[in-house]
Design a protein around this ligand. Sequence first.
Ligand code: 5GP
Ligand code: ZN
Length: 113
Amino acid sequence: MGCLFCEIVEKKRPASILYEDDFALAFEDINPHAPVHVLVVPKKHISTNIEITTDDNWLIGHLFQIANTIAGKKGVAERGFRLVMNCNPESGQTVFHIHLHVLGGRVMHWPPG
Ligand code: 5GP
Ligand code: ZN
């Protein structure tokens, strides 16, 4: 079975893309859970957080930098925002191509559900 986010990376599936470079892209979540809900995705297919290796260290840092750029563009950098990466089923991961959720624009609750 194909990977949904590889299909978005390859432009075989439409998405509302906010940022793109050679290594990553950021697009609007199709089912937003907050006024700001953007997914930051590496172009390299990595299934889960557990599969990240030291070779990916720069890439993972890059995803966080992009998340900061998105938070700035969306006007939530100072108000606050939350970054989430779910890993494996009990966390709620449903798409097995890693992605950083950028959530903001409302008060976030803690502990998370
Ligand atoms: P997860 O549950 O794996 O942490 O997050 C997957 C996210 O991808 C969910 O928030 C879901 O709404 C989003 N999503 C699933 N399919 C698509 C799609 O085809 N397009 C976009 N833009 N988001 C999607
Ligand atoms: Zn993929």
